[in-house]
Design a protein around this ligand. Structure first.
Ligand SMILES: *Cc1c(COP(=O)(O)O)cnc(C)c1O
Length: 469
């Protein structure tokens, strides 16, 4: 399998060449040159496989430059009961006939990002050892992404993580999760300021190309192809659990922000998984819902981006969305490069043609949005009706799933986080505290390891210099 850029760069690359990369050199995103197709024989065999074997089968269709035995070993080590809490890895919970929740959030940080990030940690360690290189991951976090990255990279050879967070502004639970890590390759730096100050420092450091090269600075952001690929697996695993035969169709509802999760569903559908609908659920930050309703993609400004009670979906633009539009315009990279390049820069967005808009239905996509009041009502309803406690993001997904569901087609809502992470809204909805997995009881009392500093680029650089020698 070779990989190409959405914007027309002529170089074809192998998986290992793009594994550690973010954007392609022309500013586009990497895509597989074609989608491998599954047939009914293959699907019949896959139906019986444990998760780690299914993952190996799917990944090896997209990765042909890691020896099979090594890839198998990486995948086997990643998807274990010890890390994900059950043999099924992503068990399905039945709410009622034809309505399911797929549990994707039983990894170390209680959010679905672990599904991909845990694999990425093992792939990075393998590839860096093969190259004889080191990588220093620099990032800014207000909570979720940072902890998933740290739990994926802790103890990994050849990798260090430098994670900036706003001092004293994360929840006590999030602080405990990140700062209790004692691994010497994990560096938590708290900045006197807000999240944007942290992000600005990361940008300033990354813009110093000489520094970046000298210290081998990289990132693990959501446009990384390997992250997206890892997520394709649980669409198949959810499908096999919800159906008895490979002729049945199912729909998925996906709480969405940067469009990585639902884009993996699109890839699964393009491979031939019988998906009826891919339901994109947004919160008040509805840039994606607006697109699927109107055909207009309009990036939001900072003042139009709201802080909500499903914070991991608070986005102003959706960084993986370009991948889907690439397929929607039939992989016309000149047109794609114009839409996401000059047109977006000039107009702050773009509108697709009526013909392209009609094509959306053929790709299975539809959408809806959910507000704080909807979340609270949905969490309450789910608890009262099904005695199932869901988090605020999953509630956005369930709310829109119920609106879009078609009779006779099972609907699977992807659970993107556990309620334990969003105690305040659970308390508001249910008048009680969420339950917390036993392993995380009392983590707030563990010793914390972090370095506090002012919002000063030079101070951060000198910290990195001292710790990468
Ligand atoms: C990251 C995240 C999302 C959004 O996923 P995308 O892949 O960015 O669309 C939704 N819910 C939770 C809990 C998340 O952490």
């Amino acid at each position: 399998m070779r990989y190409i850029s959405t914007r027309g760069d002529q170089n074809e690359r192998s998986f290992s060449e793009i594994l550690l990369e973010g954007l392609a050199p022309d500013g586009g995103l990497y895509m597989p040159q074609h989608y491998p197709r599954v047939n009914s024989l293959l699907m019949m065999r896959w139906r019986t496989l444990p998760y780690h074997e299914l993952a190996y089968e799917i990944l090896s269709m997209f990765i042909d430059d890691i020896p099979a035995a090594n890839l198998k070993q990486i995948v086997d080590r990643t998807y274990t009961q010890a890390v994900f809490g059950s043999e099924a890895i992503v068990p399905l919970r039945k709410l009622e006939e034809g309505l399911f929740v797929e549990s994707l959030s039983n990894g170390p940080t209680l959010a679905f990002k672990d599904m991909a990030m845990q694999l990425l940690g093992n792939l990075f360690e393998y590839e860096l050892a093969r190259r004889g290189e080191e990588l220093n991951i620099l990032g800014a976090t207000s909570g979720d992404t940072g902890s998933a990255a740290e739990y994926a990279m802790r103890g990994k050879k050849g990798v260090r993580v430098f994670m900036l967070s706003p001092h004293g502004r994360m929840s006590p639970f999030q602080q405990a999760q990140m700062f209790s890590l004692q691994d010497p390759n994990i560096h938590n730096i708290t900045i006197d300021g807000v999240f944007d100050d942290c992000q600005d420092i990361v940008k300033a450091v990354s813009n110093d190309l000489a520094f970046k090269r000298r210290h081998r600075i990289g990132t693990v952001n959501s446009i990384n192809w390997a992250r997206l690929l890892a997520q394709v697996v649980y669409y198949f695993a959810g499908y096999f659990q919800a159906t008895r035969s490979n002729t049945e169709r199912v729909s998925f509802a996906v709480p969405s922000g940067n469009f990585g999760n639902v884009c993996a569903g699109h890839v699964a559908r393009m491979m031939g998984l019988p998906i009826e609908q891919l339901v994109v659920a947004t919160n008040e930050n509805d840039v994606l819902d607006e697109f699927f309703r109107t055909g207009t993609y309009r990036v939001r400004s900072g003042t139009e981006t709201f802080e909500t009670s499903s914070p991991s979906m608070d986005i102003s633009k959706a960084s993986n969305f370009e991948r889907y539009v690439f397929d929607l315009v039939h992989r016309d990279s000149a047109r794609l490069a114009d839409l996401f390049g000059p047109t977006l820069a000039r107009d702050g967005g773009f509108t697709i043609t009526p013909q392209e808009f009609e094509r959306i239905a053929l790709t299975g996509f539809c959408s809806g949005k959910s507000t704080h009041a909807d979340r609270v009502a949905t969490i309450r309803r789910c608890w009262e009706q099904y005695h199932d406690m869901i988090d605020t993001h999953t509630a956005d997904g369930l709310k829109v799933a119920l609106e879009q569901r078609k009779p006779g087609v099972p609907m699977i809502v992807l659970e993107t986080a556990l309620p334990a992470k969003f105690a305040a809204t659970i308390e508001e909805a249910l008048g009680r505290q969420p339950t917390r997995p036993a392993a995380l009881e009392g983590i707030e009392a563990l010793p914390k390891r972090f370095t506090q500093m002012p919002a000063d680029v030079e101070r951060v650089k000198s910290y990195i210099t001292q710790h990468t020698a």
